[in-house]
Unconditional design. Sequence first.
Length: 611
Amino acid sequence: MPTIDELNIKLLSELKEIAGNLGVADYAKLPKKELINRILLKQEPATVTEAPAAAEPVNNITPAAPAAQPALESDGYDADEPKKKRARRPSDAPSDTMKPANNRSARMKKDNASPSPAPLFDTSLRNQRPENNDRPKNLDIREEADSDNDTLNDLGKEEVTNQPEAAAPATEEVVQEKTETSPEENTPAAKEERQNRQPNQQNQPNDSSERQPQQPQQPAHRDDPSSKIKRNYNNYVREFDGLIVNEGVLEIMQDGGYGFLRSADYNYLASPDDIYVSPSQIKLFGLKTGDTVKGQIRPPKEGEKYFALLRVETVNGKTTEEIRDRIPFEYLTPLFPDECLKLSSRPDQYSTRILDLFAPIGKGQRGMIVAQPKTGKTVLLKEIANAITRNHPEVFLLILLIDERPEEVTDMQRSVRAEVIASTFDEQADRHVKVASIVLEKAKRMVECGHDVVILLDSITRLARAYNTVVPSSGKILSGGVDANALHKPKRFFGAARNVEHGGSLTIIATALIDTGSKMDEVIFEEFKGTGNMELQLDRKLSNKRVFPAIDVMASGTRREDLLLDKETLKKVWILRKHMSDMNAMESMDFLLEHMKGTRSNEEFLISMNR
């Protein structure tokens, strides 16, 4: 029968043919090493049945029957047993000298005790059987444990193959030694010495049992379920690579050059849903802070905390090739707004209708709503936001609420179909500043790609307060406790609004608080006064009399409104202004509301002026 070395040399097709002849079940599906183990297990019963058959013609002393024992021993013994055989070789020398004298007496004893060779083979096989069975069982257990994972299965097979190959030279030496001494061992004296040697062989399993537990010590860590989970985690993660597509706003860290995609659900602040972006991806695609990146992501590997970006699909709604040659926002040419944002949509919504006539808003407008407390500025912002989303779906609308009440944030999120980013009054000033800066960077990146963006800020006064708290002290304090450098960044925020040549615009409509009783608010308003090209004044007297919208029409207006309104509409608006010039805020608003109630649109209202 073939040994384990011969089986290792054979091809898989030859092993399957041998397994088919031996009747191995499911041999076509088994891997090579497990197929070898099954063949060895099938061979052992065959050798056991052949051993008694060889023991029957023991009267005719032939070298064939004892010669089967070295083959069995070479198959069954471990690599440690040939060393013990070599140590006992000097004890065989007296048997060689005594062989001619005791040859006849040994034959007489063998004739009288003819059934003794059968126990000889049986006992040796019994002593060797546990050792033979242990190794294939260990191999089966290892391969069954390794079959749970595809990647570790190959590692387990390599370790299993190394063990039989290491034992192969020792078994070959045993076969060579026994074939050389086979004429001597075939004699009855040698058989008697083997019988006397059996008690020593019965003690050998104790030594081998002590050595055998050392064999699985090397791969013992692979059988541990916890270690398997750790090793296999990264392989399981690969199955989900690219299945999830997500997007976020990129924020590049100052140290390291890497970045994270911030989620709008967390107001673009650090969160568990952040997606890691490597420095190589940032350099490859020329990404900047504020870019809205959409791409395929993968789950975190072992030892990682965040999801990672695998592939970039779009940046700010465009492909990576389209954004490669974009011009930075600082180098874009600003122009006056020349495309009007139509706000009026419903006949009963007078606030947007009055805005379209007396303070039109264009793409790229830098508008300021100057409001006293409780004049309805938040409601007015909500109406403007709903009008923009309804009439101009191509515009990307952002509503930024700084230092606002939480219930107003919730109301704005539920009533406006736009992206609402908020930082409530119970948050720190650092959070206000960070949220505002990331929103501004996002808007700039989208304008660079040719989009029209509108930011509704409530309020710029509270944003300036937050910057005044965060900015390092310059040593120069203005009246009201405002630092000299505190208003620089709020001015940059408000001044970013512009209409860009060759497409793209950033419109910012911000609210400014006055008459709050705070000297700081007055200083902030005076710093921003005149920086905008549109101003809408709200009057507290109108709101106290429950007249809404509480707009002071004569104090409101837009610079270069001739670029936004057609000539006929502009002439009639000037006529209206002349007619209401002698009226106060209450009288002018009553006049407009009285004549607008009977009309369905501004065009119909202007036509009714001639009657």
